[in-house]
Structure formats: structure tokens, C-alpha cells
Ligand binder design. Structure first.
Ligand SMILES: *[C@@H]1O[C@H](CO)[C@@H](O)[C@H](O)[C@H]1NC(C)=O
Ligand SMILES: *[C@@H]1O[C@H](CO)[C@@H](O)[C@H](O)[C@H]1NC(C)=O
Ligand SMILES: [Zn+2]
Length: 598
């Protein structure tokens, strides 16, 4: 996953307060609309439960204590789903096999082998075929072919843009929309200066009896290996899905999927059609320990993005006769002003983050009673909502990123020589756009924040192609140009339907069943789902047209990651990898004949 997601998983790992988000609408009419919406919501969710019982979803695997807990989960603000276990005996057989030492070593070997292939991704790569640094992906393909022979003999494999992979597993019923499971083959590079800080070398794939070490062991080679392992094992058992299963693996997610996920999209769209998939499950959220409960957080929303470039140009000349302000000095003034005017942060009751807070208020044993009350009261009381905002603003560093648009000036450049006035200077400002906002909101904010200041400094202004202010370029002292720095602006992702929607119920039921049948602990923990917002982006940014039901969820446990991703000492606990495989296998078995999917 992209960098920006890390704070979420880190926060999960440490069990700190999580969520956030949105803006504040405080009208009593809004409150009554909300009440009505909640009622409809509730009826819907209830209907889904009844429906799932009618169609015979199998809940026999869940333990008594766990079920009892789940029955309390009928809260109207965050309805919980019923566990869904595969109806065939195959899962029991595979669960038994997955629990053996032999299988564990096989799975560990698969991930270790993948980690040993340094598929590092660089921002400056030329297109595939034009840059030798891509060739390592050929090695990855050869490795997968050797490691997963049945996948490669029984599925139809398509290579797109040389290194992205798509596998099609034909189902027996073509009227059912395929499921799409995705992951990425690439990893972020290892900073050479940090090489010595690794307990075991970053591309060793070393297994110390508990952890598998190396870059990619968490992000995202478990996703790649687990989905392929699940299919390989199911093929070995002679299983054939009713619904086709498609696997897609990008190769440059760590630089926004410009060559990989885009090519996958351009292949899948004409081949399968718009909205042709019943569900997409990609990397992303996982589950974390919350006291005696586990909180599972599939990301159902993803923030947007804009890298704005602000460039000033002005007269050059010898630095012995300088103006009062050089372009660099003016730039400094703009930057100071921008940082003094951040985007507003609000809790919006319609936002994913606010709903996640409601889920925690209902089920999270680690949340204080006072906080729970405040969150619940905020549903109807605008005063409580305001108080909640204040509380979060002062206690939770994730509150601003989860409930507003963030801005960060990450690059600055200007000047070439100490005795020459800088004719050009620029900075680049990264924005992560709130789900209830938009690219155009952010552009307006930038223009309105620094436009007047620039005009005051006698600059003509071109803001995203539109002239701002009174000055023409000729009449002004200098010029300010604001552009989308890399042409990569991205709207916030459409929010995936949750409670009461079939694909969500399928995913949630699969998660609950996977966790409640885990052999890792004698006492099954309580499990609750709290769908979340991702502050970073995944390859799914390119997949919006393929389905409305996109989930970013890798089923990794915070505690099974040694030190997070994108940093030194990335390592994955072997037992955690086994859980991911159990989850993906269940997901395929649950989904292939489920009426919860189209
Ligand atoms: C809350 O979010 C909705 C979209 O989900 C948006 O229409 C509304 O304007 C937002 N309210 C505020 C105060 O930002
Ligand atoms: C702006 O700069 C131009 C060019 O140096 C100059 O002719 C003009 O008088 C200035 N305008 C103001 C309002 O200072
Ligand atoms: Zn990733």
C-alpha cells in the first residue's frame, strides 16, 4: 500500500485511538433526516440478517461464547454481520491441512522466496521494456510459475504491459459476476544507509522460526502469496468455482500504479465490462487487538490526492542590486500563509470515519465510557458533536487526517548561484483530500489562500489554467503559476456500501468466521467490524469502474507485523501468514456460490 496508509496500521498495532473524519452539519432538520435514515438503515440490516438465515448461511463453526457476544451486536448504528463459513467439507479439510507443520513450512517458503526477489519500485522508471530495472519482475513471474504449478496449468494467465499479471479461473456459471482478488508484486526500495539496521538482511527472506524477514514480507507479498496459495490448494483438491475468480497483480503500486494497475484496468474493462465484478478485495485494512476484542477494519473509503506545484518567476539580475523580495522570499511568505490556513477539520455524520467511531462506541472495550457516551450523544446533539470534535482534536493525532483534507509542503526548489537573483522558485504541496470534499474544493482553497497575497506582491496569477486577479503577465512584476504537479490528481474514492449490502455482508461474515475459527488462541476473542477510511491509496484507485464493491482488506493482524511496512525490519509472523491464507481460501469458497454477490 502507499505510504500514507501506514499511520493507520501503526496506530492499529499500538492500539491507540483510531478513527475520525468529516464535517459538521448542525441543523435540526439534518438530525431528523438522519434519524429517518438510521431507521431505514436498521431495517435494511435486519433484513439482510434474516435473509442470510433464510438462505442457510452456515454458522456452525462459531463458538458459543463468541455467538453470544455477537447477538449483542444488534446496535442500530453499527450492525454486525453473521459469520459465514463455507458449506462444503473442503474448508474443514483445508483448515486441518493448514494447521500442519508441513504446510506452514510450505507457506513460509513461498513468502520467503518471493521476498528474496527484490522487486523494488522507483519513481523515475521509464515504461516497461525501456528500463532494465523492470527485468527483476521476470524473475518473479518465473518463481510464481514454479511455486504454483496448478495455478499456471489450470488458469488462463494474461501478462499486461509486460509485468502485470491477470489470472482467470473459469467458473461453471457464467451468469455470476466474477470476484476479483488483487495484490501488488512491487515493494518500496530499501534505503542503502539503513541496511545495517536490519536484524536480518532485507532481501534474505530469512525465517527465524517465528518471523519471515525482509522488504515486502508485510506489504504486499503476503497478499500475492496468500491468494495464489489458496487457489493452488483448492485446485489440488479438485475444486471448481461456480463463479469465475480473477486474480490481478500490479507491479508499481508503490508509485501509484501508473504502469501496472492502469494496464490491468485497461485490460479488464474491455474484457469483462463496466461493473462486471461482484467484489474486489485488495490490500489494505486488517484487524487489531482491542482489549479482549478484535477490531477488523476493511477500508471502504479512500482519500483523494493533489500534488499542487506553485511556481514564481520574476526578473533576474545581479545579486549586488537586489529587490526587497526575491522570488524565494515571496515563496516563503506564501508558504507561511498556507501553513497558517489549513483546511478545516469537521466531523461529518455521513462520513466513514464518523461511522467507525460509532462502531467503536458500541463495541470497543478500549474506549472510555465517557468517550462512548459522547460519541453516541453526538448522533443527535450538535453540542455533543462539537464537544467530540474538540476532544478528538486535542487527543488524537489521527483526527485531522481522518476528518479533513491535509496539506504538506514536501518539495522546495529555487536559485542556482549565490550571486544571481533566482528567476524561478517553486514548491510542491501534497494534499490528501477528505472524502466529503473534492479536487476542485482543494484547488479553490489554494487559490483563495495565496491568490490575494500574490496579487499584493504584484504578481500575475494563473491558477490551474484560470487567470486570477487583475494583472496580465506583462503588467506585473512577476508571475505565479499553480498546477497539478504530476498530472495525478485523484478524487476521493466512491464510498463502498456497507451494512446491509450483500458484498459487505459476505466479506464481514468471512472475516468473522475466519477469526472465530482461528486455532491461534484457546479462547476465541470477541470480534467486531468497524469499516474504515484509508488515508493513503491502493491500486484500487484505478478500479472504480469495475465494481461498486471495493474493499481494501488484507486480513493481517497488527501484532503480526514486526515493525510495520516501508521501513527497516519489515517482518511478518508465520502464523499471521497462515491466517491470511485461511481467510482468502474462505473468501473464495464463500463467494463462489453465494447469493450475497451478484
Ligand atoms: C457532509 O458530507 C456530505 C457528503 O457525504 C456533504 O454533502 C455535506 O456537505 C457535508 N457536510 C459538511 C458540513 O461538510
Ligand atoms: C507591478 O510591476 C510592474 C512591472 O515592474 C510595474 O510596472 C507596475 O507599476 C507594478 N504595479 C504595482 C501596482 O506596483
Ligand atoms: Zn502495498
Amino acid at each position: 500500500m502507499g505510504n500514507a496508509q501506514l499511520p493507520i496500521s501503526r496506530v492499529d498495532v499500538k492500539g491507540r485511538a483510531l478513527h475520525t473524519k468529516a464535517a459538521n452539519t448542525s441543523k435540526s432538520t439534518f438530525a431528523s433526516v438522519l434519524r429517518a435514515a438510521l431507521l431505514v438503515f436498521c431495517i435494511f440490516a435486519l433484513g439482510a440478517r434474516v435473509f442470510s438465515n433464510v438462505i442457510g448461511i452456515n454458522i456452525r463453526e462459531a463458538s458459543e461464547s463468541w455467538l453470544a457476544f455477537n447477538d449483542d451486536f444488534m446496535a442500530e448504528t453499527c450492525p454486525q454481520s453473521s459469520p459465514i463459513s463455507p458449506s462444503s467439507e473442503l474448508m474443514a479439510e483445508l483448515d486441518a491441512e493448514y494447521a500442519t507443520e508441513e504446510f506452514k513450512m510450505y507457506a513460509v517458503g513461498s513468502l520467503s522466496g518471493a521476498v528474496q526477489i527484490p522487486t523494488q519500485m522507483y519513481d523515475d522508471l521509464k515504461p516497461p521494456g525501456q528500463d532494465p530495472r523492470w527485468e527483476i519482475f521476470g524473475e518473479m513471474h518465473a518463481y510464481l510459475e514454479k511455486r504454483f504449478p496448478l495455478v499456471h496449468s489450470k488458469l488462463q494467465k494474461t501478462t499486461v504491459n509486460l509485468y502485470a499479471l491477470v489470472y482467470h479461473w473459469q467458473g461453471t456459471d457464467d451468469t455470476l459476476k466474477p470476484m476479483l482478488l488483487t495484490a501488488h508484486q512491487d515493494v518500496v526500495p530499501v534505503e542503502p544507509l539503513t541496511w545495517d539496521e536490519w536484524v536480518h538482511p532485507p532481501f534474505s527472506g530469512y525465517y527465524d522460526g517465528e518471523w519471515i524477514w525482509g522488504r515486502g514480507s508485510c506489504d504486499d507479498k503476503p497478499g500475492l502469496i496468500s491468494t495464489l496459495t489458496s487457489v493452488e490448494k483448492l485446485l489440488e483438491k479438485g475444486f471448481q468455482p461456480k463463479r469465475s475468480i480473477v486474480l490481478a497483480y500490479g507491479m508499481d503500486e508503490e508509485r501509484s500504479g501508473v504502469a501496472g494497475a492502469t494496464a490491468i484496468r485497461d485490460y479488464l474493462l474491455p474484457t469483462y465490462g463496466e461493473d462486471a465484478f461482484s467484489i474486489i478485495v485488495d490490500e489494505g485494512g486488517g484487524y487489531s487487538s482491542r482489549g479482549d476484542a478484535l477490531m477488523s477494519s476493511p477500508a471502504v473509503a479512500e482519500k483523494g490526492k493533489l500534488d499542487a506545484r506553485v511556481e514564481l518567476s520574476g526578473p533576474g539580475g545581479h545579486s549586488s542590486v537586489p529587490p526587497l523580495h526575491t522570488t524565494i522570499g515571496m515563496l516563503a511568505k506564501l508558504i507561511t500563509h498556507i501553513e497558517a490556513n489549513p483546511h478545516t477539520v469537521h466531523l461529518n455524520r455521513t462520513s466513514t470515519y464518523y461511522k467507525q467511531l460509532q462502531c467503536q462506541a458500541e463495541y470497543d472495550p478500549m474506549m472510555s465510557g465517557r468517550m462512548k457516551k459522547l460519541i453516541k450523544r453526538s448522533l443527535k446533539s450538535n453540542k455533543a458533536l462539537k464537544k467530540l470534535e474538540e476532544e478528538l482534536a486535542s487527543t488524537d493525532r489521527m483526527y485531522p487526517p481522518l476528518s479533513g483534507t491535509t496539506q504538506a509542503i514536501d518539495i522546495i526548489h529555487g536559485g542556482v548561484k549565490s550571486n544571481a537573483l533566482p528567476e524561478n522558485a517553486y514548491f510542491i504541496m501534497n494534499h490528501r483530500i477528505n472524502t466529503v470534499s473534492s479536487v476542485s474544493d482543494v484547488k479553490s482553497h489554494i487559490t483563495e489562500t495565496i491568490g490575494p497575497l500574490a496579487v499584493g506582491m504584484n504578481l500575475s496569477v494563473d491558477a490551474f489554467g484560470v487567470q486570477y486577479g487583475p494583472f496580465s503577465t506583462e503588467a506585473a512584476y512577476g508571475h505565479m503559476q499553480i498546477t497539478d504537479a504530476y498530472g495525478t490528481q485523484l478524487e476521493p474514492a466512491p464510498v463502498t456500501p456497507t451494512f446491509g449490502s450483500g458484498p459487505y455482508e459476505l466479506l464481514a461474515g468471512t472475516i468473522i468466521s475466519s477469526l472465530s475459527t482461528s486455532k491461534r488462541s484457546d479462547t476465541p476473542k470477541k470480534v467486531f467490524l468497524a469499516p474504515s477510511l484509508s488515508t493513503g491509496n491502493t491500486d484500487t484507485r484505478h478500479y472504480w469502474k469495475l465494481t461498486k464493491h471495493i474493499f481494501r482488506y488484507g486480513h493481517t493482524f497488527g501484532d503480526d507485523s514486526y515493525n510495520g511496512a516501508h521501513t527497516v525490519n519489515e517482518a511478518m509472523r508465520a502464523d499471521g501468514l497462515l491466517e491470511v491464507i485461511r481467510f482468502h481460501t474462505r473468501l473464495i469458497l464463500n463467494g463462489h456460490d453465494s447469493t450475497l454477490l451478484e
